[in-house]
Design a protein around this ligand. Structure first.
Ligand code: SIN
Length: 525
């Protein structure tokens, strides 16, 4: 393993971090850490990788093509990574397929130990991984380190679950037969992951896949490949054998098509947009692969008159502004009952005003940049549509003075259900507040969407909390809590928000086939 690490091409900084900061005055002014120390710590730990990983070997694109990775806070190019396509993906699939024959036979205890070691390494490099996430994704450093804890948690959890892949013995209705059920790994998994959680969306898929004995080809987002490569490096250091975990990136449609076309890939797992999820589902039909999809949401956050105002404000703030509003479970429609509406909007706006916007490495920052210009333009168009149809700007509603992809934390009141902002996923720091009169109306509004990922309710009425939680057509419901994601609970949506569950014991089922074995001629003498 050490030899492979040494042989690997070192990280190629297109604009080296310290000078990058020096050439970016605003960034240099705001940065509160030792940039030089930061870069060298990452290099020392072997965590700055700019090649893909195929069969345990770090690799460039076969035609030498590269793509640039940008820092969304400054627009600077951090480095380049290979721009791969069909050929490299096919080789990664072959490597995963070859590794499957041995990894699937490794004892569950051995698999568990490898995963546990990987977890330990992820945690011991929490700071460096957090810095890498902030660098390529933009989220504030504290939040980025929180993602490392969250993401590593999936590896720890599934290291334990590896030991619990139980089958069943079925009481036989026939005297001469014995019937049993085995759970076996599905095979090679294609894991396509998004940019908003560059680590956690990988570990949430790869943890259970590896625990079950599957091998994986990961395609991280081209916007945030560096965290994926660092995690892969740590997986190698943890003793996860070559070929068990492969990482390719570049031409998304070529890679996706190769994964879909290959009969060796037995499962596709994807987190991202509903539109892409539908295409993958259709594409997987050709070879009848298992599919799990974590797609877009349109989360209602319902604040009833009987809610504790402080709890509702704090919970809604977390549910809306986590990751600068860029999560699938972010509160998209804050629906407030008329008796508490004015008080809530007032208190919530005061809380939003306190959110400090800035570069993720700056002290005290709670809101980073959006991922790119297209994301800002989308937010702007949603706000324009809402205000043109009667929504009121209570706060923000414009780009932040920092420029680039920074947008002011925004509160819009008097939003109506037919506005785009209430129908589509905002994925930005804009809180849209709607008004309702009765519980029935709130439920009708909340369920009037094709999405069904997360919903939140704030109420002090126990009966109502049960009643409404049961009636909401969503995969996750937070009651008096806005931050509910955890490795120990199932994550996933209903309706067009997806298929399958990630995390928790249910997350294992997605990577297992059920085999029925019938033993005949078993009559006793
Ligand atoms: C996502 O936005 O896709 C994931 C959010 C979470 O894990 O809480």
């Amino acid at each position: 393993m050490a030899a492979r690490m040494l042989a690997a091409r070192p990280f190629k900084l297109v604009s080296h971090l310290p000078s990058m900061h020096a050439s970016t005055p605003l960034f240099a002014r705001q940065i509160s850490m030792d940039a030089k120390g930061f870069a060298s710590r990452l290099v020392d730990a072997g965590l700055l990788r700019s090649q893909a990983l195929i069969g345990g070997k770090w690799s460039d694109a076969y035609d030498g093509n590269t793509i640039k990775v940008h820092n969304p806070a400054t627009g600077d190019v951090i480095t380049t990574v290979p721009c791969m396509g069909q050929n490299e993906t096919n080789d990664a699939i072959s490597a995963a397929s070859e590794a499957f024959s041995s990894w699937s036979k490794v004892t569950n205890v051995e698999r568990s130990k490898c995963l546990r070691k990987w977890y330990d390494l992820l945690i011991s490099h929490k700071e460096e991984l957090g810095q890498l996430i902030t660098l390529e994704q933009g989220k504030p450093l504290q939040e980025a380190m929180g993602e490392v804890t969250y993401g590593a948690g999936f590896i720890e959890f599934f290291a334990e679950e590896a030991k619990r892949v139980y089958g069943d013995i079925i009481p036989s209705p026939l005297a001469d037969r014995r019937m049993l059920v085995l759970k076996q790994p599905v095979g090679v998994v294609g894991a396509i992951t998004p940019w908003n959680f560059p680590l956690a969306m990988i570990t949430r898929k790869v943890g259970p896949a590896l625990a079950c004995g599957c091998t994986v080809v990961i395609k991280p987002s081209e916007l945030t490949p560096l965290t994926a490569l660092a995690a892969a490096e740590l997986a190698l250091q943890a003793g996860i054998p070559p070929g068990v975990m492969n990482v390719v990136m570049g031409n998304a449609s070529a890679i996706g098509d190769a994964l879909l076309a290959s009969p060796q890939v037995r499962k596709i797992t994807f987190t991202g947009s509903t539109a892409v999820g539908k295409k993958l589902m259709a594409g997987a039909a050709g070879t009848v692969k298992k599919v799990s999809l974590e797609l877009g949401g349109n989360a209602p956050c319902i604040v009833f008159d009987d809610a504790d105002l402080d709890v509702a404000v704090k919970g809604t703030l977390g549910a809306k502004f986590r990751n600068t509003g860029q999560t699938c479970v972010c509160a998209n429609r804050i629906m407030v009952q008329e008796g508490i509406y004015e008080k809530f909007v007032d208190a919530f706006t005061k809380a939003v005003q306190k959110l400090q916007v800035g570069h993720g490495f700056s002290e005290g920052v709670a809101q980073g940049p959006l991922i790119n210009e297209a994301a800002v333009q989308k937010v702007e168009s949603f706000v324009k549509d809402a205000t043109s149809k009667g929504a009121k700007v209570v706060l923000g509603a414009k780009r932040h003075s920092l420029g680039m992809t920074f947008y002011e934390p925004t509160v819009l009141s008097d939003v109506k259900s037919d506005m785009i902002i209430a129908r589509d996923e905002i994925f930005g720091p804009v809180a849209s507040v709607l008004r309702f009169k009765t519980e029935d109306e709130a439920l009708r509004m909340a369920n009037d969407t094709n999405a069904g990922l997360a919903a939140y309710i704030f109420t002090n009425n126990v009966q109502r909390s049960w009643r409404v939680a049961e009636a909401l057509e969503y995969g996750l419901v937070g009651v008096n809590e806005g931050l509910i994601s955890t490795e120990v609970a199932p994550f996933g949506g209903v309706k067009q928000s997806g298929l399958g569950r990630e995390g928790s014991k249910y997350g294992m089922d997605e990577y297992l086939e059920v085999k029925y074995v019938c033993l005949g001629n078993m009559s006793s003498k």
